[in-house]
Design a protein around this ligand. Structure first.
Ligand code: ADA
Length: 573
């Protein structure tokens, strides 16, 4: 599945997953043996490859001619792409898409993708870590036939129009559905010479057209403002996720030569009076951190399993998910849009030290994730915030320089959402003066036995009095405790399900009663596999802090979280 909705009526698009691909490992005991593999999929889910860390060559054929666009939604973690034996693309990072445009003779062509999940100096983000870097073509591969001028993306930024009539909501048009406008930007790619075309945008019953526009060779962006006065717009909010399709067409000589459909929601995210607000309402975040991880599918989680996870989080009373610690599959984000689940999405990094951030590849690789994540995920109304660099070296001057650059890139690409970063630098954090939102990962009553309430109160006081974070919205982006599924004892020792349930009850009550705190993300939704090279003392070589285990079997804490989260409204006002 490419997206949960059709993106084209005219452009030809197909997912190259109907047939099994050929897979050949390039090292290890099975080197050179041919296998049949599903794409998307992880090689770890093939017999004999559960811990294969190396390179593998996938191959298939496809039939096309003319301008052929191949898009790879995710290859883990380093890819080299060959068409008819010629190298045509390469890409680093499992969690962001990349594409290549080819001009091919009509006929059958061979596509080969070499995937590499090894750890090395060349990989600054996929490193031995408290999650698994899988191997394979883990997200869909898409083949399109495009015209010389095609739509690369369309970005819609909805804005409420509150009139000048202060105090009179009805007159000011601030009531929902009354007055909206939207900035619209369309990115076109012209693979031919400069030529004239008409471009049209349709959204929520309104349309805008550029009649005869000279489109330069290469990429160019055209923009406009659309207004929806009195169009009865239905807003997108948690639990009322109204979606609208935006449809862009490129016409030449009166004929539609290319088109693109994306989906948007009428909601505006602001930071006002120390709160993150959606359409003026102060959100209360009741969330889970979720890795893309599953014992049967690795990180290539299929649609029905994504729906299962989101329905489970809703059953638990949650209204948000944090894509810890990397950009997620677009289908998952589409589902969050449809189910009204708020998303904190972040670039790829977890717990990198200053030394690791000084890897000569780090800045280029981390910044590339931001530049690839935001343009493709821009329209998802569920994404209310962009995060960077989870628990990296934000307590060092060098680290702060990296954070400043990455925050600046977010602002360059999207001024419509706040920014933040989950810190674990207790009272040594140097970066809270930069982002709009301050966030912390804390584990009282797990990694240390300080009582959660006094620990959080002391941290919050320090943030207000001694950092640039004073007065900013504040989120707890991780808090939790471990439990081994099925392990119980009358002592309620750590790792028992009883201990986790008791710890989370204290932690949730503490966070939700902390003045100035706007909510939390429990670490974590489900138990996940970790890379064995990282931390052998993790029981089962897993991160066991899930509320459900890796098979999504509920632990005792499930009912505790459900009771507490379900009793809390989605808004603080
Ligand atoms: C950190 C980190 C998580 C996870 C967690 C834990 O906060 O951000 O990825 O490793 O600790 O389980 O200790």
């Amino acid at each position: 599945m490419i997206r949960t909705f059709s993106q084209h009526k005219v452009r030809k698009q197909k997912e190259l997953s109907q047939n099994l691909w050929k897979f050949v490992p390039l090292s290890g005991e099975h080197q050179g043996t041919e296998y049949q593999a599903a794409v998307p999929g992880c090689w770890e889910n093939m017999p004999g490859f559960s811990s294969y860390r190396g390179e593998g060559m996938y191959s298939t054929t496809f039939e096309t001619g003319g301008n052929a666009r191949l898009e790879f939604k995710g290859v883990s973690h380093t890819a080299e792409v060959f068409v008819d034996g010629e190298k045509v693309a390469s890409h680093y990072n499992a969690y962001t898409a990349f594409d290549v445009l080819l001009h091919l003779e009509q006929g059958v062509h061979t596509l080969q993708v070499k995937a590499d999940n090894r750890f090395s100096e060349a990989s600054a983000l996929h490193v031995p870590n408290d999650y698994m870097s899988y191997g394979g073509i883990t997200r869909p591969v898409v083949l399109e036939e495009v015209a010389d001028i095609y739509v690369k993306w369309v970005h819609v930024t909805p804005k409420r129009v509150c009139g000048a009539v202060a105090g009179n909501l009805a007159e000011s048009g601030c009531e929902s559905g009354k007055q909206w406008k939207a900035d619209v930007a369309v990115c076109l790619n012209n693979v031919g010479e400069e030529q004239v075309a008409a471009v049209q945008v349709e959204l929520a019953g309104e349309s805008f057209a550029w009649a005869q526009k000279a489109i330069p060779a290469g990429e160019s962006v055209i923009s406009c403002e659309m207004t929806f006065a009195g169009a009865g717009i239905k807003e997108w909010m948690p639990k009322q996720p109204n979606l609208y399709e935006v449809y862009v067409t490129v016409l030449q000589d009166g004929e539609v030569v290319d088109d693109l459909t994306d989906r948007v929601g009428f909601r505006e995210v602001t930071v006002e009076d120390g709160k993150i607000r959606m359409n003026g309402r102060a959100l209360r975040i009741k969330g889970f951190c979720r890795h893309e991880d599953h014992p049967q599918f690795g990180c290539a989680i299929p649609y029905s399993a994504m729906v299962y996870d989101l329905n489970t989080m809703k059953d638990l009373g949650a209204n948000s998910v944090r894509t810890s610690h990397y950009p997620n599959d677009e289908v998952f984000l589409d589902l969050c849009d449809e189910m009204g689940i708020l998303v904190w999405e972040e670039n790829h990094a977890r717990g990198l030290s200053e030394e690791q951030m000084r890897n000569p590849n780090f800045e280029r690789q981390a910044e590339a994730v931001i530049r690839e994540m935001i343009p493709l995920h821009y329209n998802h109304p569920s994404i209310y915030i962009w995060g960077i660099l989870n628990e990296c070296a934000s307590d060092t001057e060098y680290g702060k320089e990296c954070y400043e650059k990455q925050y600046a890139i977010i602002k360059e690409l999207d001024t419509s959402r706040p920014r933040s970063s989950a810190s674990c630098k207790f009272k040594t954090e140097l970066c809270f003066g930069i982002p709009e939102v301050v966030s912390y990962n804390i584990y009282p009553q797990w990694y240390h036995d300080a009582p959660a309430d006094t620990y959080l109160a002391d941290l919050y006081r320090w943030i207000q009095e001694e950092t640039g974070g004073a007065g900013k919205p504040f989120l707890i982006t991780e808090i939790g405790a471990g439990a081994i599924y099925g392990y119980r004892n009358p002592n309620h020792d750590k790792w028992t399900e009883e201990y986790q349930a008791e710890a989370l009850e204290k932690q949730i009550n503490t966070v939700m009663n902390q003045p100035g705190c706007q909510g939390m993300y429990i670490w974590q939704y489900c138990d996940v596999r970790i890379s064995r090279e990282w931390f052998s003392t993790r029981p089962r070589t897993m991160n066991n802090k899930g509320i459900v285990d890796e098979y999504r079997r509920p632990k005792l804490s499930y009912d505790v979280v459900k009771k507490l989260y379900s009793a809390l409204p989605d808004y603080m006002d």
